[in-house]
Ligand binder design. Structure first.
Ligand SMILES: [Zn+2]
Length: 106
């Protein structure tokens, strides 16, 4: 079984590189302790191939349970088989595109 891998050197590890080692990223809220696993492939769809360390600071990501910001920790690693039944995996359901009109005066 591959070991969860987290690089020592910061700023060198992107989501696509993480996806080679694992299928999932675990996001955990420090405040309310909830944790969810996200397919890394889905995170790349949303964020692009960004560095793992940067991802949780992008797009004002906040905990959907408690609504707090800056409480999320992320690490890369698949859920242990024994835990597989209890954990929640959060996948992209759909992506909605919003059409926004901007007026100008002439
Ligand atoms: Zn929370």
């Amino acid at each position: 079984m591959p070991e969860p891998y987290w690089p020592k050197r910061k700023g060198s590890y992107t989501l696509a590189e993480a996806a080679k080692n694992s299928q999932f990223a675990r996001l955990r809220c420090r405040y309310c302790k909830i944790e969810r696993y996200y397919p890394i492939a889905d995170l790349i769809v949303v964020f692009g191939n960004v560095e793992c360390d940067d991802m949780i600071y992008m797009r004002d990501w906040r905990c959907t349970k408690c609504g707090q910001r800056n409480t999320l920790d992320m690490d890369i690693g698949d859920p242990p088989a024994a835990k597989r039944q209890q954990i929640k995996i959060r996948k992209i359901d759909r992506i909605e595109y919003v059409r926004k009109i901007v007026w100008k005066d002439e």
